[in-house]
Design a protein around this ligand. Structure first.
Ligand code: CS2
Length: 442
């Protein structure tokens, strides 16, 4: 195709002719594919969407802001089911900004009309320290809101952490207290921290996906995102400055979020981690491929049996949820790469494996299903140097040991208590050897 024949770039005027962009009333930190397929999608589908525009700041992908800004914030969600693709332009993002632009962040958070700040900053970012971290930037912006006397605001964590609102609160208050105790006080009085469980499988967009959008939609969209048809958002907490009517798009508001969080974090994310580490070691590249390997599938089911014992029997329909997960993971039209899930293992395993392991052992069982998730991670980091992790340097150091000593050093990075339990250490060591052996035969 020659340059003249290229379809036009997607813009707001093309997607929503004659419609004004909604005013900014939400700020998001962590503009990536998941924000676009999830919170932006829900906000676009709220009954009062015309009143709620999002200013989204980048995190790990700084280039994303410029690309989206060229399209006035609008982008396509490609909903990919087993049967085919459907396309929808989402208009809720009205400003896309480089995350390093703390001045703009402070201006927007200090504006009285801004009522909600959502976060997808990755699990690891809640423990990160230093000036340039997303939460340090948020604290700077909240200080501007305090100075402007712009009133209360809600901070809504959308990362896969248990009690993510509380984790966000503790981290934000700690940073604020250290900077200025009066700011800490103001945050305690005015900022509500909302906990949420978020769910929508969103693989990384590929050049082929972008080419498909151009062909099918008649415009070029460099910010298109691919997602499964399923989506879920459960929220718990107060919105003192108001919020979009996300319930119109299917979001659910509950008083007690813990059972929902655990169901999602253990059954979905836990299974993902098993498939990622065991699957990569066994030579697979996507979730669907790993699930079709009986060894990986059996490891997932064994972990699910353990986890299910610690989820309430009432109201959560665990058998139905498990069945739905098998179908979602089995959607081979979604190429969800295991390497994407494998990153930040030390942080993720604390959320996905440890609670189930502890609950099983407290009841006198070995917790071998949960232990195997950790063993698979060990086998993976020992088999490659290409892992990404906030503790990557410590992992490299731990890998200089051999045998059970190496296992102990790696386990200590997830939780010091793990390596101190000799029965557990030898169980995980043996499981890791079995997974690693399968690799040489795969
Ligand atoms: C995945 C999640 O990358 C990962 O660790 O387990 O991103 C998962 O795809 C989402 O939580 C699904 O909602």
């Amino acid at each position: 195709m020659s340059a003249q024949q290229l379809p036009p770039r997607l813009t707001r005027a093309i997607a929503f002719p004659g419609q004004a962009a909604p005013p900014v009333r939400m700020v998001h930190l962590g503009l990536g594919a998941f924000h676009r397929s999830h919170q932006a999608w829900y906000t676009h589908h709220a009954g009062d969407a015309a009143e709620w525009g999002i200013a989204a700041f980048t995190g790990r992908s700084p280039g994303a802001a410029e690309i989206l800004a060229e399209q006035d914030g609008v982008f396509t969600v490609v909903e990919r089911s087993g049967a085919g693709d459907s396309f929808e332009v989402i208009g809720s993002v009205v400003e896309a900004v480089d995350g390093a632009d703390v001045q703009r962040l402070a201006e927007l958070v200090a504006a009285p009309g801004t009522a909600v700040v959502t976060l997808t900053i990755t699990e690891a970012a809640y423990a990160a320290t230093g000036d340039g971290t997303p939460l340090a930037r948020l604290v700077t912006a909240l200080a501007a809101r305090k100075n402007a006397d712009a009133g209360p605001i809600a901070v809504v964590s959308c990362d896969n952490l248990a009690g993510n609102g509380t984790v966000a609160r503790t981290a934000v208050e700690t940073i604020a207290d250290a900077a200025d105790p009066a700011l800490g006080e103001w945050i305690r009085a005015k900022v509500s921290f909302v906990s949420t469980s978020v769910d929508r499988i969103t693989p990384r967009t590929t050049p082929d996906d972008l080419a498909e959008v151009s062909e099918q939609c008649g415009y070029r969209d460099e910010s298109a995102v691919v997602a499964e048809p399923f989506s879920n958002w459960i929220l718990s907490g107060d919105f003192p400055g108001g919020r979009p009517r996300w319930e119109d798009a299917g979001a659910i508001f509950v008083d007690d979020i813990e059972p929902y969080e655990n169901r999602k974090l253990w059954l979905l994310n836990g299974a993902h981690s098993i498939l990622a580490y065991a699957g990569l070691v066994r030579g697979h590249s996507t979730v669907a491929e790993a699930l079709s390997d009986d060894v990986c599938r059996a490891a997932v089911e064994a972990f699910w049996d353990e986890a299910s014992r610690h989820l309430p029997g009432e109201g959560l329909d665990i058998p139905g949820y498990r069945q739905a997960l098998l179908e979602r993971f089995g959607n081979s039209r979604i190429a969800h790469h295991l390497t994407q899930i494998a990153m930040d293992g030390t942080t993720k395993l604390r959320m996905r494996a440890l609670p189930v392991l502890a609950a099983e052992r407290a009841q006198g069982r070995s917790g071998e299903g949960a232990a195997r998730m950790i063993a698979a991670w060990l086998a993976y980091v020992c088999a490659t140097d290409g892992f990404q992790d906030p503790l990557a340097d410590d992992i490299r150091t731990a890998k200089t040991h051999d045998g059970e000593q190496r296992t102990a050093a790696l386990l200590a990075l997830i939780s010091p208590g793990l390596a101190g339990d000799s029965a557990l250490l030898s169980l995980i060591h043996r499981q890791q050897e079995a997974i690693a052996a399968a690799r040489t035969h795969a």
